[in-house]
Design a protein around this ligand. Structure first.
Ligand code: SF4
Length: 224
């Protein structure tokens, strides 16, 4: 049995593929526990579902013109199940995206399947998660070498950008084109306000800006 928080059809709101129509599978549970987590309310309530039932439900809603986004919580807790799911549905979607905190190194099918893309979101001190848990060098190197990943950072101010450069960009030699700065925000109002700061930081340091379309369009409403 795998705990599922929700399955819904929407558009990808963040990162390189923002705006693409996508079916979302949100798996429950996360062991990272960021202080500002904006999906905690949802991933904490998961309904245990039979693996075959989940795969059947995803297959029934599949379409070759949309992406499948596997998110959480931290979906890589269920790496074995995701390998099974990807095996069954990889040809039924345009692309499969896995959203992860980059604290776990993927293994099995998803580690080499070209149609699987990783939206990683490594954490900074502003998450209040201890460094040993949030920075996993093996995992970061895997994602970088896979050439199928971007690195998206939740940013509050310039101090965060400098910390990101010192903790991730420079030690792992992550190219700017793979780095996205996303405003720390849990509401539409906060997103718009902080975007003005983060956009300027993107221009100054030459990183990409990531929107949070779900906040702009639906504010705090989830599962839409
Ligand atoms: S890793 Fe993601 S899901 Fe887990 S607590 Fe942090 S923001 Fe929330």
């Amino acid at each position: 049995m795998i705990p599922v928080s929700e399955i819904f059809y929407s558009i990808q709101g963040e990162g390189k593929t923002a705006g693409v129509p996508a079916l979302f599978l949100r798996l429950a549970g996360c062991d990272v526990k960021c202080i500002w987590c904006d999906t905690k309310e949802i991933w904490m309530r998961g309904k245990p579902l039979n693996r075959e039932l989940i795969i059947k439900s995803i297959r029934e809603r599949s379409n070759k013109d949309i992406h499948l986004v596997i998110t959480g919580g931290e979906p890589l807790i269920y790496n074995d199940f995701i390998n099974e799911l990807v095996y069954e549905v990889v040809d039924s979607f345009r692309m499969i995206e896995i959203e992860t905190s980059a604290t776990r190194k993927p293994y099995g099918l998803i580690s080499y399947e070209n149609k699987v893309f990783f939206n990683t979101s490594p954490k900074l001190k502003n998450s209040l998660v201890n460094e040993e848990l949030r920075v996993n060098p093996d995992a970061i190197e895997f994602f970088l070498n896979s050439k199928r990943a971007i690195f998206k950072f939740v940013i509050k101010n310039e101090k965060d950008v400098i910390e990101m450069i010192e903790t991730y960009k420079e030690p792992f030699n992550i190219p700017n084109e793979l780095i996205y700065l996303m405003p720390l925000s849990t509401s539409r109002e906060e997103f718009i306000e902080r975007s003005l700061i983060v956009v300027e930081l993107c221009k100054k340091y030459k990183f990409n800006f990531s929107p949070r379309l779900q906040l702009i369009i639906w504010d705090r409403t989830t599962g839409v």
